[in-house]
Design a protein around this ligand. Structure first.
Ligand code: GLN
Length: 201
C-alpha cells in the first residue's frame, strides 16, 4: 500500500512514521508525476494559505483535485482539512484549495498557537472501534457544517473533529505528533478498499 505525503510544508516525517506503523509505504510527493501509482495521499497540517499557494506554484493543485474527484483517497489534517473543504466561514479563506469535501470550516477557531492543546478523541464509525486516540489541536479549524454524506468518526466537546465523505478523511487535529497511528490505520484501511470504499480487486 503506497501512500503519498504531500511534502511542501508541515509534519511530513511524522506522517511517514505513522504510515509505516500502520503498515503502509510512505512516499513524499512534491511534483505532479509523483502522484502516479499512489493508493492515497495525506495533506499534512501547516498553514493552509501557504500550502495552497505552493500547490498552485508546483502545478499540483489541479492534478490533485482531479485525482480526488476521480476517487483517490485523501486524508487531510488541520490545514489539510482546510484545503479539502468546499467552504470557509469568515474572511480568512485560503485562496487556492482543492474544495472536494462538503464541509464548512472556520480557521483558527480552536484558538491561536498559545491555546494549543492535546485531547483524547474517541474514534468510532466504520474502521474505528470507539477507542480513544490522543491528538493535538494547533491553531485548529472548527468544522461548522457537514454536507450530506459526511459522517462523523470523532467528536470533541460535541463538535465533529474527524469526518469522512466516501474516500475523503479529514481531521481538525494533528494525528501524527502524539505517537499514535490509529487514525492513519483507518486511512490505510480506506485506501486498501479503494476509491469510494467500493473495493479494488
Ligand atoms: N491555522 C492554520 C491554517 O489556517 C492550520 C494550523 C495547522 O495546520 N496546525 O491554515
Amino acid at each position: 500500500m503506497k501512500i503519498g505525503v504531500l511534502g511542501l510544508q508541515g509534519d511530513v516525517r511524522e506522517h511517514q512514521a505513522a504510515l509505516e506503523a500502520a503498515g503502509a509505504v510512505p512516499v513524499v510527493v512534491k511534483r505532479p508525476g509523483e502522484l502516479d501509482g499512489l493508493d492515497g495521499l495525506i495533506l499534512p497540517g501547516g498553514e493552509s494559505t501557504t500550502i495552497g499557494l505552493l500547490l498552485d506554484r508546483f502545478g499540483l493543485l489541479e492534478p490533485l483535485r482531479q485525482r480526488a474527484l476521480d476517487g483517490m483517497p485523501l486524508f487531510g489534517t488541520c490545514a489539510g482539512l482546510i484545503l479539502m473543504a468546499t467552504e470557509i466561514a469568515g474572511p480568512d479563506a485560503a485562496r487556492h484549495r482543492l474544495s472536494v469535501l462538503d464541509v464548512t470550516v472556520r480557521r483558527n477557531a480552536y484558538g491561536r498557537q498559545p491555546e494549543s492543546f492535546e485531547a483524547e478523541v474517541a474514534v468510532a464509525g466504520r474502521g474505528g472501534d470507539g477507542a480513544k486516540v490522543r491528538v493535538a489541536f494547533i491553531r485548529a479549524p472548527v468544522i461548522e457544517r457537514l454536507g450530506r454524506g459526511v459522517e462523523v468518526l470523532g467528536e470533541w466537546e460535541g463538535s465533529p473533529v474527524l469526518v469522512r465523505q466516501g474516500h475523503l478523511l479529514a481531521a481538525s487535529f494533528h494525528a501524527e505528533i502524539t505517537g499514535e497511528h490509529r487514525v492513519h490505520e483507518i486511512f490505510v484501511t480506506m485506501a486498501a478498499s479503494g476509491s469510494n470504499g467500493a473495493g479494488r480487486t
